[in-house]
Design a protein. Structure first.
Ligand SMILES: Nc1ncnc2c1ncn2[C@@H]1O[C@H](COP(=O)(O)OP(=O)(O)OP(=O)(O)O)[C@@H](O)[C@H]1O
Ligand SMILES: [Mg+2]
Length: 255
Protein backbone atom coordinates (compact mmCIF):
# COMPACT_ATOMS: atom_id res chain seq x y z
CA UNK A 1 0.00 0.00 0.00
CA UNK A 2 1.20 3.55 -0.69
CA UNK A 3 2.42 5.68 2.18
CA UNK A 4 1.14 9.13 3.06
CA UNK A 5 3.41 11.66 4.71
CA UNK A 6 2.34 14.65 6.78
CA UNK A 7 2.40 18.00 4.99
CA UNK A 8 5.27 20.28 5.98
CA UNK A 9 4.38 23.66 7.41
CA UNK A 10 6.16 26.82 6.30
CA UNK A 11 5.70 30.48 7.15
CA UNK A 12 5.42 32.96 4.29
CA UNK A 13 8.02 35.72 4.49
CA UNK A 14 7.40 37.71 1.30
CA UNK A 15 4.61 38.12 -1.25
CA UNK A 16 6.49 38.18 -4.56
CA UNK A 17 3.87 38.51 -7.29
CA UNK A 18 0.35 37.45 -8.22
CA UNK A 19 -0.16 34.67 -10.80
CA UNK A 20 -2.91 36.41 -12.66
CA UNK A 21 -3.62 33.55 -15.04
CA UNK A 22 -5.27 31.67 -12.14
CA UNK A 23 -8.94 32.43 -11.49
CA UNK A 24 -8.40 32.30 -7.72
CA UNK A 25 -5.48 34.78 -7.95
CA UNK A 26 -2.79 32.53 -6.47
CA UNK A 27 0.38 34.32 -5.38
CA UNK A 28 4.05 33.50 -5.66
CA UNK A 29 5.33 33.60 -2.10
CA UNK A 30 8.72 33.13 -0.46
CA UNK A 31 8.83 31.16 2.79
CA UNK A 32 11.08 30.74 5.80
CA UNK A 33 12.64 27.59 4.33
CA UNK A 34 13.91 29.73 1.40
CA UNK A 35 11.45 27.96 -0.88
CA UNK A 36 9.16 29.63 -3.41
CA UNK A 37 5.55 28.48 -3.35
CA UNK A 38 2.42 29.12 -5.33
CA UNK A 39 0.01 29.97 -2.54
CA UNK A 40 -3.68 29.22 -3.04
CA UNK A 41 -5.48 31.51 -0.65
CA UNK A 42 -8.15 30.34 1.75
CA UNK A 43 -9.95 33.66 1.37
CA UNK A 44 -10.34 33.35 -2.44
CA UNK A 45 -13.82 33.26 -3.99
CA UNK A 46 -13.76 29.46 -4.45
CA UNK A 47 -13.82 29.12 -0.66
CA UNK A 48 -11.72 26.97 1.66
CA UNK A 49 -13.23 23.68 0.44
CA UNK A 50 -11.38 24.18 -2.85
CA UNK A 51 -8.17 23.89 -0.83
CA UNK A 52 -9.50 20.71 0.76
CA UNK A 53 -10.00 19.30 -2.76
CA UNK A 54 -6.42 20.28 -3.65
CA UNK A 55 -5.11 18.27 -0.72
CA UNK A 56 -7.36 15.24 -1.18
CA UNK A 57 -6.99 14.84 -4.96
CA UNK A 58 -3.37 16.06 -5.06
CA UNK A 59 -2.14 13.80 -2.29
CA UNK A 60 -4.13 10.88 -3.69
CA UNK A 61 -2.35 11.48 -7.01
CA UNK A 62 1.00 11.48 -5.23
CA UNK A 63 0.16 8.29 -3.32
CA UNK A 64 -0.60 6.66 -6.68
CA UNK A 65 2.82 7.69 -7.99
CA UNK A 66 1.63 10.52 -10.24
CA UNK A 67 3.84 13.64 -10.54
CA UNK A 68 2.49 16.41 -8.30
CA UNK A 69 4.63 19.26 -6.88
CA UNK A 70 5.02 19.12 -3.10
CA UNK A 71 2.09 20.65 -1.22
CA UNK A 72 2.67 22.36 2.12
CA UNK A 73 0.66 24.26 4.69
CA UNK A 74 1.69 27.90 4.36
CA UNK A 75 1.13 30.29 7.26
CA UNK A 76 0.21 33.76 6.10
CA UNK A 77 0.67 36.84 8.25
CA UNK A 78 -1.89 39.42 7.05
CA UNK A 79 0.84 42.09 7.21
CA UNK A 80 2.40 40.37 4.18
CA UNK A 81 -0.02 42.04 1.76
CA UNK A 82 0.24 45.55 3.13
CA UNK A 83 2.96 46.66 0.73
CA UNK A 84 0.95 45.44 -2.28
CA UNK A 85 -0.35 48.30 -4.41
CA UNK A 86 -3.38 46.31 -5.66
CA UNK A 87 -6.25 46.55 -3.13
CA UNK A 88 -7.68 43.27 -4.42
CA UNK A 89 -4.49 41.48 -3.36
CA UNK A 90 -4.37 43.31 -0.03
CA UNK A 91 -7.89 42.13 0.67
CA UNK A 92 -7.22 38.56 -0.40
CA UNK A 93 -4.14 38.28 1.82
CA UNK A 94 -5.94 39.92 4.74
CA UNK A 95 -8.85 37.50 4.36
CA UNK A 96 -6.43 34.55 4.35
CA UNK A 97 -4.55 35.08 7.64
CA UNK A 98 -3.49 31.71 9.02
CA UNK A 99 -3.11 28.43 7.14
CA UNK A 100 -3.18 28.35 3.33
CA UNK A 101 -2.03 25.91 0.69
CA UNK A 102 1.50 26.22 -0.70
CA UNK A 103 2.49 24.37 -3.87
CA UNK A 104 6.17 24.01 -4.70
CA UNK A 105 6.86 26.50 -7.52
CA UNK A 106 8.25 24.87 -10.65
CA UNK A 107 10.35 27.66 -12.17
CA UNK A 108 10.14 27.95 -15.94
CA UNK A 109 7.38 25.34 -16.23
CA UNK A 110 5.26 25.66 -19.37
CA UNK A 111 1.57 24.96 -19.73
CA UNK A 112 0.93 21.53 -21.28
CA UNK A 113 -0.36 21.71 -24.83
CA UNK A 114 -1.71 18.62 -26.61
CA UNK A 115 0.51 17.54 -29.47
CA UNK A 116 3.36 19.89 -28.59
CA UNK A 117 5.81 17.02 -28.43
CA UNK A 118 5.73 16.40 -24.71
CA UNK A 119 2.73 14.09 -24.58
CA UNK A 120 2.65 11.64 -21.70
CA UNK A 121 2.78 7.89 -22.33
CA UNK A 122 -0.66 6.29 -22.94
CA UNK A 123 -0.34 4.65 -19.50
CA UNK A 124 0.35 7.93 -17.65
CA UNK A 125 -2.44 9.71 -19.54
CA UNK A 126 -4.86 6.89 -18.64
CA UNK A 127 -3.77 7.04 -15.00
CA UNK A 128 -4.50 10.78 -14.88
CA UNK A 129 -7.92 10.26 -16.52
CA UNK A 130 -8.64 7.55 -13.94
CA UNK A 131 -7.65 9.84 -11.04
CA UNK A 132 -9.79 12.70 -12.36
CA UNK A 133 -12.78 10.43 -13.00
CA UNK A 134 -12.47 8.95 -9.52
CA UNK A 135 -12.21 12.37 -7.83
CA UNK A 136 -14.71 14.11 -10.19
CA UNK A 137 -12.16 16.72 -11.26
CA UNK A 138 -13.82 18.97 -13.86
CA UNK A 139 -10.70 21.10 -14.45
CA UNK A 140 -8.48 19.15 -16.82
CA UNK A 141 -9.86 20.28 -20.16
CA UNK A 142 -8.19 21.56 -23.33
CA UNK A 143 -9.20 25.11 -22.31
CA UNK A 144 -7.75 24.68 -18.83
CA UNK A 145 -5.49 21.61 -18.68
CA UNK A 146 -3.91 22.33 -15.28
CA UNK A 147 -0.90 20.33 -16.40
CA UNK A 148 2.59 21.78 -16.52
CA UNK A 149 5.64 20.60 -18.41
CA UNK A 150 8.83 20.95 -16.41
CA UNK A 151 12.20 19.28 -16.96
CA UNK A 152 10.68 17.28 -19.81
CA UNK A 153 8.01 15.79 -17.60
CA UNK A 154 4.29 16.43 -17.14
CA UNK A 155 3.15 17.64 -13.68
CA UNK A 156 -0.35 17.76 -12.25
CA UNK A 157 -1.49 21.00 -10.60
CA UNK A 158 -4.71 22.62 -9.43
CA UNK A 159 -7.09 20.03 -8.03
CA UNK A 160 -9.31 22.70 -6.51
CA UNK A 161 -12.27 21.76 -8.74
CA UNK A 162 -12.19 18.06 -7.78
CA UNK A 163 -15.00 16.74 -5.56
CA UNK A 164 -17.11 19.59 -6.90
CA UNK A 165 -20.30 18.29 -5.30
CA UNK A 166 -18.79 19.19 -1.92
CA UNK A 167 -19.72 22.84 -2.39
CA UNK A 168 -23.38 22.09 -1.75
CA UNK A 169 -22.50 19.47 0.88
CA UNK A 170 -21.40 15.90 0.09
CA UNK A 171 -24.12 13.26 0.49
CA UNK A 172 -22.18 10.04 -0.16
CA UNK A 173 -25.06 7.58 -0.25
CA UNK A 174 -27.03 9.66 -2.71
CA UNK A 175 -24.23 11.12 -4.83
CA UNK A 176 -21.25 8.78 -4.98
CA UNK A 177 -22.59 6.64 -7.84
CA UNK A 178 -23.88 9.51 -9.95
CA UNK A 179 -22.63 9.67 -13.54
CA UNK A 180 -19.72 12.01 -14.30
CA UNK A 181 -20.20 12.85 -18.00
CA UNK A 182 -17.73 15.74 -17.71
CA UNK A 183 -14.93 13.18 -18.11
CA UNK A 184 -15.58 13.36 -21.88
CA UNK A 185 -13.89 16.80 -21.85
CA UNK A 186 -10.64 15.51 -20.34
CA UNK A 187 -7.61 16.89 -22.19
CA UNK A 188 -5.70 13.60 -22.00
CA UNK A 189 -8.45 11.28 -23.30
CA UNK A 190 -7.15 11.46 -26.90
CA UNK A 191 -3.74 10.16 -25.84
CA UNK A 192 -4.89 7.84 -23.05
CA UNK A 193 -4.45 4.08 -23.18
CA UNK A 194 -6.92 1.67 -21.60
CA UNK A 195 -8.70 3.12 -18.57
CA UNK A 196 -9.63 -0.42 -17.51
CA UNK A 197 -5.91 -1.20 -17.34
CA UNK A 198 -5.30 2.02 -15.40
CA UNK A 199 -8.04 0.85 -13.05
CA UNK A 200 -6.30 -2.51 -12.62
CA UNK A 201 -3.05 -0.66 -11.79
CA UNK A 202 -4.47 1.95 -9.45
CA UNK A 203 -7.68 0.77 -7.75
CA UNK A 204 -5.88 -1.95 -5.73
CA UNK A 205 -3.67 0.78 -4.23
CA UNK A 206 -6.59 2.65 -2.65
CA UNK A 207 -8.44 1.47 0.42
CA UNK A 208 -10.43 3.13 3.20
CA UNK A 209 -7.35 3.42 5.43
CA UNK A 210 -5.50 5.35 2.72
CA UNK A 211 -8.50 7.61 2.11
CA UNK A 212 -8.74 8.29 5.85
CA UNK A 213 -5.07 9.21 6.02
CA UNK A 214 -5.34 11.54 3.03
CA UNK A 215 -8.53 13.27 4.16
CA UNK A 216 -6.86 13.56 7.58
CA UNK A 217 -4.24 15.84 6.04
CA UNK A 218 -6.84 18.56 5.44
CA UNK A 219 -6.95 21.30 8.10
CA UNK A 220 -10.42 20.91 9.61
CA UNK A 221 -11.46 24.54 9.10
CA UNK A 222 -10.98 24.19 5.32
CA UNK A 223 -13.99 21.85 5.36
CA UNK A 224 -16.19 24.71 6.54
CA UNK A 225 -18.21 22.52 8.87
CA UNK A 226 -18.37 19.43 6.65
CA UNK A 227 -17.60 16.04 8.18
CA UNK A 228 -14.29 14.55 6.96
CA UNK A 229 -15.91 11.10 7.20
CA UNK A 230 -18.24 12.10 4.34
CA UNK A 231 -15.22 12.65 2.07
CA UNK A 232 -13.87 9.22 2.93
CA UNK A 233 -17.26 7.59 2.40
CA UNK A 234 -17.92 9.42 -0.87
CA UNK A 235 -14.63 8.25 -2.37
CA UNK A 236 -14.93 4.75 -0.90
CA UNK A 237 -18.38 4.34 -2.46
CA UNK A 238 -17.10 5.55 -5.83
CA UNK A 239 -14.48 2.85 -5.57
CA UNK A 240 -16.94 0.02 -4.94
CA UNK A 241 -17.01 -2.39 -7.88
CA UNK A 242 -18.30 -2.22 -10.53
CA UNK A 243 -16.85 1.25 -10.94
CA UNK A 244 -19.15 3.24 -13.20
CA UNK A 245 -16.55 5.95 -13.66
CA UNK A 246 -14.18 3.52 -15.38
CA UNK A 247 -16.83 2.45 -17.90
CA UNK A 248 -17.79 6.07 -18.44
CA UNK A 249 -14.18 7.08 -19.15
CA UNK A 250 -13.69 4.10 -21.50
CA UNK A 251 -16.83 5.09 -23.39
CA UNK A 252 -15.64 8.70 -23.63
CA UNK A 253 -12.30 7.43 -24.98
CA UNK A 254 -14.23 5.65 -27.69
CA UNK A 255 -13.11 2.21 -26.55
N1 LIG B 1 3.58 24.80 -8.84
C1 LIG B 1 3.57 25.65 -9.87
N2 LIG B 1 4.71 25.96 -10.53
C2 LIG B 1 4.71 26.85 -11.56
N3 LIG B 1 3.60 27.48 -12.01
C3 LIG B 1 2.44 27.22 -11.40
C4 LIG B 1 2.36 26.30 -10.30
N4 LIG B 1 1.07 26.26 -9.87
C5 LIG B 1 0.40 27.10 -10.66
N5 LIG B 1 1.20 27.69 -11.58
C6 LIG B 1 0.80 28.68 -12.61
O1 LIG B 1 -0.23 29.48 -12.09
C7 LIG B 1 -1.45 29.27 -12.83
C8 LIG B 1 -2.62 29.29 -11.88
O2 LIG B 1 -2.51 28.24 -10.95
P1 LIG B 1 -3.76 27.32 -10.61
O3 LIG B 1 -4.25 26.68 -11.85
O4 LIG B 1 -3.36 26.42 -9.50
O5 LIG B 1 -4.78 28.44 -10.07
P2 LIG B 1 -6.36 28.55 -10.11
O6 LIG B 1 -6.69 29.90 -9.62
O7 LIG B 1 -6.94 27.39 -9.39
O8 LIG B 1 -6.65 28.43 -11.63
P3 LIG B 1 -7.99 28.21 -12.45
O9 LIG B 1 -8.12 29.48 -13.21
O10 LIG B 1 -7.62 27.03 -13.30
O11 LIG B 1 -9.09 27.91 -11.50
C9 LIG B 1 -1.24 27.94 -13.55
O12 LIG B 1 -1.99 27.83 -14.72
C10 LIG B 1 0.24 27.97 -13.82
O13 LIG B 1 0.52 28.76 -14.96
MG1 LIG C 1 -5.83 26.30 -12.88
Amino acid sequence: MPTVTALRRVAATRYVTPLREGGSMPGLVEADDDGLYVVKFRGAGQGPRALAAEIVAGELARALGLPVPEQVLADIDPALGRAEPDPEIQELVAASAGTNLGVDFLPGALPYAPGAGCDPTPELAADVVWLDAFTTNVDRTAQNPNLLVWHGRMWLIDHGAALYLQHAGLRPLEQARRPFPQIAEHVLLPCAGSIAEADARLAPLVDVALLEEIVGLVPVDWLAGADPADYVEYLARRLDAPRGFVEEAERARGA
